[in-house]
Ligand binder design. Structure first.
Ligand code: SF4
Ligand code: SF4
Ligand code: SF4
Length: 497
């Protein structure tokens, strides 16, 4: 057989495997249901289908490549990336998929560096050991897995992305929990595929952030290019913002300068302190989103609106939402509104509560929630500031049992998957800590400075600065590990990070 014939045979085999994938089959079989749901027209449907077919084809191409040897390693993955002209992180994301679909086993090998004095022992990544599963692919075909298992096992973070991408609009997230209309569901499994709580390739996400093909170790706050302390110079924002107002200033700049057409964020609903997702198009609407909200809100659900198909979008969200967005760029399903997300503006998040739990916290503080003007978590306490000028607080330890169970498994304090991450920890009162993570985030921040919209200092010049942020982020990571281990001991499902 000639090389061309061999290539052609492999190519056809990969196409056949891809066409046989349940995700592709469901999309083909349910074409009319998808068109009837009215989110996508026929041409968008075809673009999505072809994109997904291409991605599945590459995934199976990697599988067939790995099957040529009993064992493969990082060098093999680099060779595959070169042969297919793709970035190593793309190949790694396919490897994660193959692993999650039980088609290969892959182990990470580390060198151990002994600890000394106050420095703990360190593990440094060395290589991969990859073995294809010996069973025939046809016997191992991944099957449809319903995302409702994520709701039912209290793994769901309520980010809203599954509802935002459901092609027949049969999934809703409300009050942090999901509900599927089983009669309408076409069993495409895309909700499970995009969910950050099914599997999340943290190493690949970090590599994607850094735009490099090198495998490195990461600190507690993830990769970042530069760190600052900043506050807005826009008077209308500084009058209403909780800390430095930098996230509202980013949106203000992006919308005023047509860098995006619309932003997705959260505003207070008619029920005070129960937020709801909002599409922001004007300065006035940005002002309606000011202030930290401690009740979980499915911002990404709003991505299902067809008006977003041809709009440039900025998303402001908490770490689990931003992780979901970055995951959807590395496992590209070709959905227009997802591909239109131009900026990921991440907010720091320690934990969130259900609305009912927030009512209980107010009850403990003997304050009517309608009288709460501002809420804040600071120095280990939950603060409520009232309209009548009172400052009430309760130690976090006394209310931590009221936090959402899924938040206990969350490892990310600082929105490590964002273009730019903004929070209050590390900066003095009235200022924001800003971590710039991508070139896009850096360009945006530089525009805020050159347009005289913010006051900015290097984070190393302020107290408590990065050391405090690193410490609190590290403690969130350790707590997440502990909770995950406890759940594993209890035979409960956990996210695959
Ligand atoms: S609920 Fe999930 S499996 Fe069902 S149609 Fe929507 S995305 Fe597909
Ligand atoms: S974590 Fe997000 S994507 Fe996953 S089930 Fe919950 S709302 Fe859906
Ligand atoms: S703690 Fe994590 S899971 Fe919970 S709302 Fe914040 S980012 Fe999401």
């Amino acid at each position: 057989m000639s090389i061309e014939e061999n290539f052609s045979w492999d190519y056809l085999k990969n196409v056949a495997d891809a066409l046989d994938s349940y995700r592709i089959r469901a999309l083909i079989d349910a074409k009319q249901d998808i068109l009837d749901a009215g989110i996508y027209d026929e041409s968008q449907y075809e673009t999505i289908l072809i994109k997904m077919l291409d991605e599945e084809k590459l995934k199976y191409s990697l599988l067939n490549f790995l099957k040529q040897n009993s064992e493969s390693n990082l060098k093999s993955l680099e060779l595959f990336s070169e042969m297919n002209s793709i970035e190593l992180n793309k190949t790694l994301s396919f490897l994660e998929l193959l692993k999650n679909e039980n088609l290969v086993s892959s182990e990470e090998l580390y060198d151990k560096i002994e600890g000394y004095e106050n420095n703990p022992e360190q593990l440094i990544f060395k290589d991969f050991l990859i073995k294809p599963n010996k069973t025939q692919t046809s016997q191992l075909k991944p099957i449809y897995e319903p995302v409702k298992i994520i709701f039912e096992t209290k793994n769901c973070s309520g980010c809203g992305l599954c509802a935002g991408i459901c092609p027949v609009n049969c999934l809703q997230i409300y009050n942090g929990f999901g509900k599927i209309d089983e009669d309408k569901c076409i069993r495409c499994g895309l909700c499970y595929f995009v969910c950050p709580r099914t599997y999340l390739p943290v190493r690949v996400l970090n590599m994607t952030q850094e735009s490099t093909s090198e495998i490195k170790e990461y600190q507690n706050v993830g990769f970042f290019l530069e760190a600052y302390s900043a506050r807005t110079k826009i008077k209308e924002i500084s009058e209403i913002c909780q800390d430095g107002g930098v996230s509202s200033t980013c949106l203000h700049y992006l919308l005023e300068n047509n860098a995006v057409d619309v932003a997705i964020g959260a505003k207070m609903s008619n029920t005070l302190w129960r937020p709801e997702p909002i599409l922001l198009k004007s300065k006035e609407e940005i002002f309606s989103t000011a202030g930290t909200k401690y009740v979980n809100n499915p911002n990404l659900q709003i991505l299902n609106q067809s008006e977003l198909h041809n709009k440039k979008i900025a998303v402001v969200g908490v770490p689990c939402q931003i992780q979901a967005l970055l995951k959807s760029t590395i496992y590209d399903i070709g959905f227009p509104s997802l591909n239109n997300v131009e900026y990921r503006i991440g907010i720091f998040c320690m934990e969130s509560f259900s609305y009912e739990s927030l009512l209980k916290i107010c009850e403990k503080l003997k304050v009517d929630i309608k009288n709460a003007k501002k809420m804040d978590i600071n120095k280990g306490k939950f603060f409520v500031y009232t309209n009548s000028g009172e400052e009430l607080n309760i130690p976090i330890k006394e209310i931590s049992h009221l936090g959402r169970e899924d938040c206990e498994m969350c490892f990310d304090l600082t929105s490590e998957s964002a273009d730019i991450s903004i929070g209050s920890i590390g900066s003095p009162s009235g200022w924001n800590t800003v971590l710039i993570r991508t070139m896009k985030g850096k360009e945006l921040y530089e525009k805020l400075i050159s347009n005289n919209l913010i006051e900015s200092k290097p984070l190393e010049e302020v107290k408590p600065g990065l050391p405090l942020l690193q410490r609190i982020a590290g403690s969130k990571k350790n707590n997440s590990k502990k909770h995950i281990n406890t759940r594993l001991e209890e035979n409960k499902r956990v996210p695959n990070y």
